[in-house]
Design a protein around this ligand. Structure first.
Ligand code: CIR
Length: 255
């Protein structure tokens, strides 16, 4: 398993913001947190490969938004924020080494953070970043490969995966105020602790679950279910840029 990451750029304070007011991000602290995140990926069994730093692209650390990597294809996204579109170039080059590529074309837009892969079912959040045309474009690539692609309304947060992510083989962690749990009736849905609205973003890697250390109450809920070994990481500085733990990597599994 490879985890592609990208360094925190010196320009991180110029990042896109949608739901948060801008507060200063300490570059040194953000980079230290990112290093801890990369260590957690390695503990979880990933070979971490860094894409080239891009100081002219303030959100380039959030590589998840630039592509969707499946077993049989990688889809290069077309991010909803125009400032983020050049990020895909380095990602395209890296992923071409692993998978056949497909690419979404404008005017459709879609961020990888809105794409929740549930085996052969793929749920895509409709957000400020991902349009219905983006969902349709993804479906036209993936339906012929045997995937079902469903759109889902998201409210109150940046991406679908700010609200819900996979927490285990049959389990999801979810904030019911931001996304309707009825869309996941086949899944064991664990609600975030109400005091931790952002705790719905975790990164499940088989035996390991990476999550921000700022969400201890939701961590207790997950630990009680024995889904995987929790790997809490400091992530509060990049959270000021509206980033979570899925956003920082693109996972490529050996097939
Ligand atoms: C943005 O607004 O695009 C970035 N500041 C944060 C992106 C976080 N990515 C993610 O949740 N997948």
């Amino acid at each position: 398993m490879i985890a592609y990451t990208r360094p925190v750029p010196a320009s991180i304070n110029e990042c896109e913001l949608t739901h948060l007011a801008r507060r200063p991000i300490d570059l040194g602290r953000a980079r230290a947190e990112h290093a801890r995140y990369e260590e957690a990926l390695a503990i979880a069994g990933a070979e971490v490969q860094r894409l080239p730093a891009a100081d002219s692209l303030p959100d380039s650390v959030f590589v998840e938004d630039t592509a969707i990597v499946l077993d049989d294809v990688a889809v290069i996204a077309r991010p909803g924020a125009a400032s983020r579109r050049p990020e895909v170039d380095a990602v395209r080059e890296a992923l071409a080494r692993h998978r056949p590529l497909a690419e979404l074309r404008g005017p459709a837009t879609l961020d990888g953070g809105d794409v929740l892969v549930l085996d052969r079912r793929i749920v895509v959040g409709l957000t400020a970043r991902t349009t219905q045309a983006g969902v349709d474009a993804l479906r036209s690539v993936l339906a012929p490969r045997g995937y079902r692609v469903d759109a889902l309304e998201v409210r109150g947060c940046l991406h679908l995966k700010s609200a819900v992510t996979r927490a285990g083989a049959g389990a999801l962690v979810l904030n019911p105020n931001w996304v309707d749990g009825a869309a996941f009736s086949d899944w064991d849905c664990i609600a975030v602790d109400p005091a931790e609205p952002h705790a719905g973003n975790v990164l499940w890697l088989g035996d390991w679950l990476i999550m921000p250390d700022a969400h201890p109450r939701t961590a207790d809920r997950l630990a009680a279910r024995n889904l995987a070994t929790l790997l809490p990481v400091p992530a509060s500085e990049l959270a000021l840029a509206e980033g979570g733990v899925t956003c920082g990597s693109l996972i490529v599994r050996e097939t």
